[in-house]
Design a protein around this ligand. Structure first.
Ligand SMILES: CC(C)(COP(=O)(O)OP(=O)(O)OC[C@H]1O[C@@H](n2cnc3c(N)ncnc32)[C@H](O)[C@@H]1OP(=O)(O)O)[C@@H](O)C(=O)NCCC(=O)NCCS
Length: 268
């Protein structure tokens, strides 16, 4: 099974025993670098180095860890950003060790990031994610309430990460408006905002297998190409990703609508 395609079967660890807090000191930051390598399997040249974690934390970013009896099993790393005079956080990485996935730890790390950001008066967090990653899209859009209005083609060039399968690093930009009614309501009550679906973009469950094997990689590439065009068209037409569906077979579907019309959208 490809690393991205984790299932509920991997949910083996009780999440209650896990502690989420800011990382302290060089050793904990070093553990983040090691976990980054384990999760993404990057070549060393592509790793975010220790010094960036140290600097990121010093200049208003976040290095937040999930610990199981003192051992780092997940982390979130963010750096500060500035746009049109407003500061925001750019979350560069979210990682959870394989055995700890699908128990809500990724979401808990994001929620800790949100609390810390709000406590410092920051109302927007952004990050990019791979449009072919069904699981990440579900977490970002459905569980956290992020919206998407931007697409980057081959943002980092082709990387050595085994999660990427040698495909161009296309990325969607998640905008998490931390104080919006959309996000506050979803997190407090699980109620999702209603909207009229104007378009949808599908990702087949087989994408993980197609991308993992050289002989089927062109099928994954075809999905990426087709969806890229569909996203550009939808975003140019004023649509945003406002919902995400997955079916019993594991297929994913981005749901797009008019973000201005959605109730309670308090962003920008
Ligand atoms: C992305 C990642 C951090 C999520 O961590 P996690 O602890 O598994 O996340 P959570 O359990 O909070 O949420 C994941 C949700 O996706 C669901 N999910 C799991 N596999 C899925 C799949 N193939 N398709 C759709 N949803 C899926 C989970 O069931 C869960 O939802 P649920 O709680 O409603 O059941 C982790 O998978 C990871 O480290 N991945 C590799 C690195 C990465 O891609 N990072 C993000 C980009 S920087």
């Amino acid at each position: 099974m490809a690393t991205g395609q984790t299932t509920r079967a991997t949910r083996t660890v009780s999440q209650d025993s896990l502690l989420i807090r800011k990382c302290q000191g060089l050793e904990e930051m070093r553990a983040c670098v090691a976990l980054q390598k384990e999760v993404w399997n990057f070549a060393d040249i592509e790793l975010v180095p220790l010094r960036m974690f140290v600097v990121g934390e010093k200049i208003g970013g976040q290095v937040i860890g999930a610990f199981d009896r003192g051992e780092l099993v997940g982390f979130a790393f963010a750096i500060p950003g500035l746009r049109q005079g407003h500061s925001f956080l750019y979350s560069q990485m979210l990682a959870v060790r394989q055995a700890y996935r699908n128990g809500g730890l990724g979401q808990r790390l994001k929620l800790f990031q949100r609390q810390d950001a709000l406590a410092r008066g920051i109302e927007l967090m952004e990050w990019t994610f791979d449009p072919l990653e069904i699981k990440n899209a579900f977490l970002n859009v459905e569980k956290l309430g992020a919206i998407v209005r931007r697409y980057h083609t081959n943002l980092y060039g082709v990387t050595s990460s085994s999660l990427q399968g040698g495909l161009p690093t296309d990325r969607l930009v998640a905008e998490w408006w931390l104080k919006s009614k959309r996000v506050e309501t979803l997190l407090a009550s699980g109620v999702k905002p209603t909207f009229q679906t104007q378009a949808s973009i599908s990702v087949p469950a087989e994408i993980y297998d197609w991308r993992a094997k050289p002989e089927t990689r062109n099928q994954a590439q075809a999905v990426e190409d087709r969806n890229r065009e569909a996203f550009f068209k939808a975003f140019a037409g004023g649509l945003a990703v406002l919902g995400y569906e997955r079916d019993a077979q594991g297929n994913g579907r981005f749901l797009l609508g008019r973000w201005e019309e959605e109730w309670g959208y308090a962003g920008s």
